[in-house]
Design a protein around this ligand. Structure first.
Ligand code: FES
Length: 106
């Protein structure tokens, strides 16, 4: 599935991310700055924070209490559209997903 990452300055990167990995993994190691993912995907660092435009929110997995709590620790402002990208598992249904990267992660 193709995921589009929009940097804080508006640069677009489209990545074909393998099913079963995460939106975070699709950015880390593919030259996209803006996702740090210090904890390696365990919902323990909040440095994989992304904003998901409202029109895409319905295709996302539900937020767990752990993710909700960790989103209180983001460096950039938390918004209604905030998610931790390591908690967004890639499925066929996420094809075409757009995520916006915050200005800062740490
Ligand atoms: Fe640490 Fe997502 S990578 S919370």
């Amino acid at each position: 599935p193709k995921i589009t990452y929009v940097s804080a300055d508006g640069d677009l990167h489209v990545v074909d991310v393998p099913i079963g990995t995460s939106v975070m993994r699709g950015a880390v190691g593919t030259g996209i700055d803006g996702i740090v993912a210090e904890c390696g995907g365990n919902a323990m660092c909040a440095t994989c924070h992304v904003y998901v435009p409202a029109e895409h929110a319905a295709s996302l997995p539900e937020m767990t209490a752990v993710e909700d709590e960790m989103l209180e620790c983001t460096v950039a402002e938390r918004r209604a559209t905030s998610r931790l990208s390591c908690q967004l598992r890639i499925t066929e249904g996420l094809d075409g997903l757009v995520v916006r990267l915050p200005e800062a992660q740490e």
